[in-house]
Design a protein around this ligand. Structure first.
Ligand SMILES: Nc1nc2c(ncn2[C@@H]2O[C@H](COP(=O)(O)OP(=O)(O)O)[C@@H](O)[C@H]2O)c(=O)[nH]1
Ligand SMILES: [Mg+2]
Length: 259
């Protein structure tokens, strides 16, 4: 079992060093191990340099940068997934934001779940025990309603599996699962989180492996340093994506001859 932790960054120079340091401390304290990849789209504020400069102060973490032209969060993730899977070095890939919204301590839960051979683990704000701190009322409403709508539109009716947090970015996929669904990923922006979960669940449902999915509660806190990079188009892109995924689901449910 070996985990690659992917942290996408765009202009997170004031967050990244402190975050890497906290992750390193946790791993040393718990005697755990993972590799960190900072997915930086050539941030003009020197995020990548700050990340690399931290390396000498870290006791356990190995930090690498995967960089490219800025073409959206989804594009950065797809580039990194392809590269990491092709190495064959990792059994699981964890996604985590750089702005301290995701609790560092929950990395221990992901590591334990990977050891238990879980294929898809979701750090969830919308199940019992999960919550969001310090978001504006409007942002909370959009996210809550969005996830409720996604649940209605995309969840499986037959299998009673009700994923509650489709849009969150603190998740773990097995490399095997990611490799299979990579060709299905077309979203370039934040909507990749929904697309990833939809195709991952679809695949696991087909293999009768939904018992390898875990949604566990996290407390999400709004960033205190820097600003949100979420494009305004994300809500509209989510609606477009739902229409596409529902069409896919409909086709999948038809007999082979009619697709
Ligand atoms: N590589 C890369 N990272 C991005 C991009 N857009 C956002 N991010 C990172 O993705 C994470 C989530 O973005 P954030 O601005 O916190 O979004 P919010 O929490 O939804 O408001 C942060 O670590 C960002 O730095 C992008 O275009 N490329
Ligand atoms: Mg954030």
């Amino acid at each position: 079992m070996k985990i690659a932790l992917c942290i996408p960054t765009y202009c997170e120079a004031d967050n990244i060093a402190k975050l890497l340091y906290e992750i390193d401390q946790l791993l040393v304290e718990k005697r755990l191990n993972l590799d960190v990849f900072v997915l930086d789209d050539n941030s003009p504020d020197g995020t990548a340099k700050n990340a690399l400069d931290t390396q000498s102060k870290l006791k356990s973490l190995a930090v690498k940068i995967i960089s490219g032209e800025k073409a959206g969060l989804g594009s950065a993730y797809k580039r990194a997934f392809e590269e990491l899977i092709s190495t064959g070095n990792y059994t699981h890939i964890v996604q985590m934001d750089a702005d301290f919204s995701h609790p560092v301590s929950s990395l221990v839960d992901f590591i334990k779940l990977a050891e238990d051979d879980i294929q898809l683990a979701i750090g969830s704000r919308y199940i019992k025990g999960g919550s969001i701190k310090n978001w504006s009322a409007l942002r909370s409403l959009i996210s809550k309603f969005g996830n409720f709508y996604l649940k209605m539109q995309l969840n499986s009716r037959q299998l009673d599996f009700r994923l509650a947090d489709y849009t969150g970015g603190f998740n773990m996929y097995s490399a095997e699962l990611l490799q299979y669904i990579l060709p299905d990923l077309h979203e370039c922006g934040y909507t990749i989180q929904v697309e990833l979960k939809f195709f991952a669940l679809n695949r696991l449902e087909k293999l009768h492996l939904l018992d390898k999915v875990v949604e566990f509660p996290i407390v999400f806190e709004d960033r205190t340093v820097g600003v949100s990079k979420m494009p305004k188009s994300t809500v509209f892109n989510t609606l477009k994506l739902i229409a596409r995924l529902r069409k896919f689901k409909h086709l999948q449910n038809l007999p082979e001859c009619c697709r």
